[in-house]
Design a protein around this ligand. Sequence first.
Ligand SMILES: C[S@@+](CC[C@H](N)C(=O)[O-])C[C@H]1O[C@@H](n2cnc3c(N)ncnc32)[C@H](O)[C@@H]1O
Length: 211
Amino acid sequence: MGLENLLVRCVGITVGAQIGARVAHRIRPRPFPPSLRNLLDHPARMKYRDPVATLGPFGLGPGQTVLDLGCGTGTFTVEMARQAGREGRVHAVDMQAAMIDIARARVDEAGYARRVHFHHCGAYRMPLERNSVDVAVLITTLSEMPQPLFALEELRRVLKPGGRLAISEEMPHTGYLPERIIRGWLREVGFRYGGLRGAPFCYSLLYFNDE
Ligand SMILES: C[S@@+](CC[C@H](N)C(=O)[O-])C[C@H]1O[C@@H](n2cnc3c(N)ncnc32)[C@H](O)[C@@H]1O
């Protein structure tokens, strides 16, 4: 086989595998496997996912209560804790214990253990008080849920009136969904649209809880 043919075959296999993985994810959404955790902090990802730049538009500030739903390895949890300050609090939630363990070690190492409360649980029912969260952030997490509307209803319960909800998605993630689908879900649950940042490759949607 010539080099050109080999190259065409490799590209075909890669594209086919990508399409297959994305279709499978849509049929049966599932949480990101801890075995691939290094991808979450990979330097290539950090080129478009710098935590300071990603969180900037979400308006975190000192003294706030922030929810990091689907905290994964804690890539954004540490920066949330820094921005929430000494008087603030971060609730870091994940359904996978292996992810929580990694995130907790990272937060401890950064010296923010007292500011971050970890919860090993699912998004549909969280051990948080009603009207207790100022800002909820979901980064490449909502698209992993089989029942995203259940999670959005729960977010309405825990967010304070006027609280903010930020949802961010990125194309390299096999669960990636275009913003029009996510916006449809948010409309259904009744959050008020607050704007779109970024490009289709990596975008963030901001919402307000008007209730
Ligand atoms: C792709 S990772 C993203 C982690 C982190 N937000 C980041 O962007 O680096 C998604 C995380 O959400 C968690 N997750 C997915 N569905 C969830 C659910 N229903 N409840 C709680 N956590 C969930 C997964 O376990 C995984 O750690």
